[in-house]
Design a protein around this ligand. Structure first.
Ligand SMILES: [Mg+2]
Length: 334
């Protein structure tokens, strides 16, 4: 019999902010009794938890993200969604009204900016721009890099959606915006200012969430450099849900929690009553996963039967008093 300690979250989340790619969509198949992302989100909604969806996708607006989530069985409203493309458009409106903007990215980003900033900025592909905006651009050409370099000589600032090297996609993954941003940075001789995650701008300005609300939020993502760094910046609880075999850079910030199953998020809600830690302890009553036993499908069944938690752990034991965590000794695999 081996024994290990489970550390339960004593800090409750009234708001859960989900990353999309690698967490809710384009995630490898689940195993055994593990709940699907759609079931977890439905259970959270049933518990009355506020939910938001935040993605660094630069070429998609909220309607397309709602449609994507719908394909994975997750209903959402457009005002629950924020994308890095929206953040770039909002940033231009707020900080660069009247500017001439060179857009390097997919057609969706260009359209988002044109729609949101119609009366505020001019899109300029001729290299006379004073702002260069970059998202992932599979069609990046020398002509675009030359236009960016010309804009740099005029003193243009450089804004980027984000700098991930890869993003999860159907089947495996695809190159992220990092390659495009690096090439444009080289052409312009300056570093980009990132407006998507981990910049809190996307939460505060696109979703209108104040710091007081964010302190009671749980941010769940598969990428430490963006999702966890953002959560740390706004004082939220952070949970890393790493992709299998994913490498986490040493420079990445440590998450408060690591999830090996998405349903462990239910531990952060305190259960249906939201009353006390005892409720969470009930959820943590470890049960050996039984591959022949179908997954519980309702919140009550989940709370009653417990979750098959095996490796939930805190990365920074020294932080424990700050968040008021609670240690439980549990016998596993008895
Ligand atoms: Mg992700």
């Amino acid at each position: 019999m081996s024994s290990s300690a489970l550390i339960l979250p004593a800090r409750r989340a009234r708001l859960i902010i989900f990353d999309l790619h690698g967490v809710l969509v384009h995630r490898p198949a689940r195993v055994g009794r593990e709940l699907s992302a759609a079931e977890v989100v439905a259970a959270l909604r049933d518990l009355g938890v506020m939910i938001r969806f935040v993605t660094n996708a630069s070429s998609k607006g909220p309607e397309e993200i709602v449609a994507l989530l719908d394909r994975f069985g997750i209903p959402a409203k457009t005002d629950e969604v924020a994308t890095a493309g929206q953040a770039l458009a909002a940033y231009l409106r707020e900080w660069h009204p009247g500017s001439r903007v060179l857009v390097i990215g997919q057609i969706g980003l260009r359209q988002l900016i044109a729609d949101a900033c119609r009366d505020r900025i001019t899109i300029d592909d001729a290299g006379e721009a004073n702002v260069v905006v970059v998202g992932r651009d599979p069609g990046l050409s020398e002509a675009k890099l030359t236009a960016a370099a010309r804009a740099a000589r005029r003193g243009a600032v450089l804004l980027a959606s984000s700098v991930e090297a890869t993003v999860p996609a159907a089947g495996c993954c695809e190159p992220g915006p990092g390659h495009t941003v690096s090439a444009v940075e080289d052409a312009m001789g300056r570093r980009a200012h990132v407006v998507g995650k981990p910049n809190p701008f996307i939460l505060e300005q696109v979703l209108g969430l104040g710091r007081d609300v964010l302190r009671d939020a749980l941010i769940v993502g598969d990428t430490a450099e963006t999702d966890i760094r953002l959560g740390t910046a706004v004082g939220a609880i952070t949970a890393l849900y790493p992709r299998p075999a994913a490498l986490v850079p040493e420079s990445a910030p440590a998450a408060d929690w690591i999830l090996d199953r998405l349903e462990q998020i239910l531990l952060f809600t305190g259960g249906r009553d939201g009353d006390d830690l005892a409720r969470a302890e009930g959820i943590c009553n470890f049960q050996q996963p039984d591959p022949c036993d179908p997954a519980p499908r309702t919140v009550d069944a989940i709370l009653e039967r417990g979750l098959p938690i095996s490796t939930t752990r805190r990365l920074l034991p020294d932080d424990l008093p700050e968040h008021g965590g609670c240690l439980l000794d549990q016998s596993h695999h008895g």
